[in-house]
Design a protein around this ligand. Structure first.
Ligand SMILES: Nc1ncnc2c1ncn2[C@@H]1O[C@H](COP(=O)(O)OP(=O)(O)OP(=O)(O)O)[C@@H](O)[C@H]1O
Length: 243
């Protein structure tokens, strides 16, 4: 089953085609790694899936309602000088379905406490966002998507500049979300993280996309030799991936 399907998609930026003939289905209850060299079109595809970039050809069919779609950008898109606490950030996860100006009720606060406890940030509830470390910030941002009950979640390099313990927590939560049916797409550059986390792979290169498996990607980049930890996927020459 798939609630997110790409149909002969062609995407352009600034009048130049970035990707073409992209087709295929993202599996439900699965984590798909989106890989490719710098400029391959990963952010472009994500923008299109989030409905921010119209295809110049083809279709994106998404059965997940807009209020259940979440996007965790690579660079923190939040204004850190904005006076907001961790708890307040997490509560904004209710906005897409509940509205921003209705206020919160008891069950919302209970749910936020559960979310913070799951992410190990209960003690940070009243800490201003501007005082968080990179790892704490990522936990809080993932907390907001849990609060939103996101069913389609796109993440751009969520483990960059994040401590090892936070990587474990984030991976655990993502696996749980997938197990509960979410469709998760995550931009990754690290081979070890890819082999640990991903169920499927969508590799972008030369303006085209190819579906693959974590095993095939690991095999291709290591030539069947012993695995190296933290081996980067870049530079991604993608032998055999052109049609
Ligand atoms: N707003 C824009 N206007 C014009 N060209 C753009 C714009 N955004 C991206 N591009 C171009 O589109 C191509 C794909 O960029 P994109 O950001 O999707 O790549 P990426 O795979 O996400 O790269 P990275 O790994 O560096 O984040 C690149 O050649 C880029 O220069």
């Amino acid at each position: 089953m798939s609630r997110l399907r790409l149909n002969d998609l062609q995407l352009a930026q600034g009048g130049r085609t970035v990707l073409e003939h992209v087709s295929g289905n993202f599996e439900d209850s699965a984590i798909t790694a989106l890989i490719g060299a710098n400029g391959a079109g990963k952010s472009t595809l994500i923008q299109a899936i989030m409905g921010e970039l119209a295809p110049i050809h083809g279709r994106i069919e998404c059965d997940v309602p807009k209020e259940r779609r979440a996007w965790l950008p690579q660079q923190l898109a939040l204004d850190l000088t904005f006076p907001m606490s961790v708890e307040e950030l997490i509560m904004t996860g209710t906005w897409p379905s509940h509205g921003a100006f209705k206020g919160y009720c008891g069950p919302h606060y209970r749910q936020a406490r559960e979310v913070m406890s799951r992410l190990g940030i209960t003690d940070l509830a009243h800490r201003p966002l501007g005082e968080l470390s990179g790892g704490q910030r990522q936990r809080a941002l993932l907390g907001r998507t849990l609060m939103q009950e996101a069913e389609l979640l796109l993440l751009d390099e969520p483990f960059a500049n994040v401590d090892v313990e936070t990587v474990e927590v984030l991976m655990g939560v993502l696996r749980d979300m997938a197990a509960q049916g979410a469709t998760i797409i995550v931009v990754l550059h690290d081979l070890e993280q890819l082999s640990r986390l991903a169920d499927c792979v969508l590799a972008l290169a030369g303006g085209h996309a190819r579906w693959s498996t974590p095993e095939a990607i690991v095999e291709r980049h290591q030539g069947g030799t012993q695995r190296h930890h933290h081996a980067p996927i870049l530079p991604l020459d993608m032998p055999g991936l052109s049609p």
